[in-house]
Design a protein around this ligand. Structure first.
Ligand code: PAF
Length: 319
């Protein structure tokens, strides 16, 4: 088991598989199997597993954008068998959150994944994943209760539990997650490390639109004005980097500087601007850490958007 590189310093995945795409002993071309039950998924993967093929896995909640497809491309390039899942997981949504209205389009997603060359799509129902009320949960204390976890109590418990369950079902050798959800990657890595799960977590850099907006399935909630206003986030991260490079040294001052910059945009409602240690998510106190995480949670209309940057401390943090 390896935990891979630090998030924010991801190295490219080395292509490891030969040109011809073979799945379960058959050349599959752009054909992709879709299974909806755990039994069918296991049966479909059994031949690949028997010959020791590396399985790359991309768990998603669907409504795919190029960020997801980048994960899928990495999995495709890296593993002999590439599996994706689409499951809008109810246990990671709070009672007042958007589970029922979360955007869904399985047919479109299926075509996109087939295009990228994913071999197998697992798209279970809620009943298949949770046939009886869940009595076992995976908790990653502390990491799950700070930042986004403080705003969405229970969210990371739901994420860790479903990801552990998906890992148990798919048994991948590598799993790919977007760095955009920085805290989620930290939580999952910690879970994998603590439970000695035999899977490498591969963080994939955030994919942005040409104008800088980080891709998110929830961008679909934005009106044209809100979308334009949301560009402030990426600009705020650039502003944070400039402030650090120009010598700001106090984390609270950096948070304040970035918050003021975002607040100049009238459509932005700041939930949280946080400066943290990028390796631990710890509050750095009055000294910037070696790797500075600037994490933004900002609402535009009904969409809470997340974005972040990791900035190395210019003086190298005394190392
Ligand atoms: O990032 C997501 O889309 C979800 O949190 C995940 C990892 C698929 C678990 O439901």
């Amino acid at each position: 088991m390896s935990c891979g590189p630090p998030i924010g310093e991801t190295r490219p995945v080395v292509a490891a598989r030969p040109g011809t795409r073979v799945f379960a002993g058959t050349v599959v071309g752009d054909v992709m199997d879709v299974v909806t039950t755990i039994a069918d998924l296991r049966a479909a993967l059994a031949p690949a597993r028997a010959r020791g093929a590396a399985v790359g896995f991309v768990p998603t909640m669907g409504y795919l954008h190029d960020g997801h497809l980048t994960l899928a491309r990495w999995a495709r390039r890296d593993a002999e068998v590439a599996v994706a899942s689409i499951f809008v997981n109810p246990t990671q949504f709070g009672p007042d959150e958007d589970f029922s209205t979360y955007p869904r389009d399985l047919e479109r997603d299926r075509a996109l994944l087939a295009d990228v060359g994913i071999d197998l799509l697992f798209a279970p129902s809620v009943e298949e994943m949770y046939p009886t009320p869940l009595r076992t949960f995976v908790e990653v204390p502390h990491l799950s209760s700070i930042l986004l976890g403080a705003m969405r109590p229970g969210h990371f418990r739901g994420v860790a539990t479903v990801v552990a369950k998906l890992f148990g079902i798919v048994q991948p050798s590598r799993a790919y997650f977007g760095e955009k959800d920085y805290q989620q990657v930290m939580v999952i890595r910690r879970m994998v490390q603590d439970l000695s799960l035999p899977v490498e977590i591969v963080p994939v850099p955030t994919v942005r639109d040409a104008d800088g907006l980080a891709l998110s399935s929830r961008n679909v909630y934005l009106t044209a004005d809100q979308r334009r206003a949301a560009l402030r986030l990426n600009q705020a991260l650039a502003e944070a980097k400039t402030a650090v490079e120009r010598g700001i040294t106090n984390p609270a001052a950096l948070e304040d500087h970035v918050s003021r910059f975002i607040a100049e945009e009238p459509l932005a409602k700041i939930d949280l601007v946080a400066v943290r240690d990028a390796d631990t998510l710890a509050d750095p106190g009055d000294q910037l850490p070696d790797r500075i995480l600037v994490q933004l949670f900002v609402r535009f209309g009904r969409a809470q958007l997340l974005d972040h940057i990791v900035i190395p401390r210019p003086d190298g943090g005394g190392r």
